[in-house]
Design a protein around this ligand. Structure first.
Ligand code: URA
Length: 275
């Protein structure tokens, strides 16, 4: 969408008349990309610039938006939960107020942490999940016991599960600096420790965390609890699981529980994969 003056944007978004929008801008109530703007000549590009009034994001009704969320452990991937558990959608409240059509692209288990996409773009969301697209997702897993080359070869070839054999997957052990970085990304706060504590029960999370093996698994499909079931099938149950990347997108250092809007370049890269 081409750029337009800020007061026109606010009027089209239904915030106020153009005249009243000018007053709101002059009063310092309007921010663009996090910075208060008081100049009347300011232009914005819908879909790229984030506009907020009194701290609340606003958007045009026909504007699509895509966000990545760093999902913490303990949140279910649904828009609402009949059992009242915390949901990933709860963490996206401000974004959903501006973009009511946001929905999660696929799901992560309640105990899994990491990159979860939300979009208002149905074609993009469904295209990314389509089994024929084979979008790569990279997971970091802390597992029980010591995985050996034979276990890794089985993961790479495909593992028989009760819903059929898996496609060949990427699987490699993480050692030294890579293992240290993976532990940092999985997190030892309420992320992995929470997962490990629930998993380990009386055995205690420290012993489990200390004894486990770190492995990177790259999937090109997305069945229910797939990484957990694959690792269980080769004899190494998952203690903690984290998704670090989705297609071309890496979670980077986005803090746990935080979301950020994708750039137009990132959205274009996803669209290329989804179509
Ligand atoms: N595989 C799993 O087992 N769990 C997830 O949340 C994602 C992939």
């Amino acid at each position: 969408m081409s750029s337009m003056r800020l007061q026109k944007f606010l009027a089209r978004a239904g915030v106020a008349s153009r005249r009243h929008a000018e007053t709101m801008i002059a009063e310092g109530r309007v921010a663009v990309n996090g910075a208060i703007v008081t100049e009347m000549g300011t232009t914005v590009e819908p879909g790229r610039d984030e506009v907020a009034v009194d701290g609340e994001p606003v958007a045009l009704p026909d504007e699509t938006a895509t966000f990545m969320l760093h999902k913490p452990a303990g949140y279910v991937t649904t828009m609402s939960d009949p059992q009242g558990r915390p949901t990933a959608a709860d963490l996206m409240e401000a974004e959903r107020a501006a973009y009511p059509g946001l929905f999660p692209v696929g799901r992560l288990d309640a105990d899994t942490t990491g990159l979860l996409l939300f979009t208002t773009d149905g074609a993009l969301g469904h295209g990314l999940l389509h089994p024929r697209r084979h979008v790569e997702k990279t997971y970091l897993a802390l597992v029980e016991g010591a995985l050996n080359e034979y276990d890794l070869a089985r993961l790479r070839e495909g593992v028989p599960l009760d819903d059929g054999p898996t496609l060949p997957a990427g699987a490699r052990l993480l050692r030294g600096a890579e293992a240290k970085e993976a532990r940092r990304l999985i997190g030892t706060g309420e992320g992995a420790s929470g997962q490990a504590a629930r998993h380990g029960g009386k055995r205690g999370r420290r012993a489990l965390e200390a004894s486990g093996t770190l492995v990177e698994v790259v999937l090109r499909e997305g069945r229910k609890r797939q990484v957990r079931r694959m690792l269980e099938a080769v004899g190494h149950p998952v203690i903690a699981l984290h998704r670090q990347s989705f297609g071309p997108l890496d979670l980077g250092d986005l803090p746990r529980g935080a979301a950020r809007r994708l750039t137009s370049e990132e959205v274009a890269a996803l669209k290329a994969l989804a179509s």
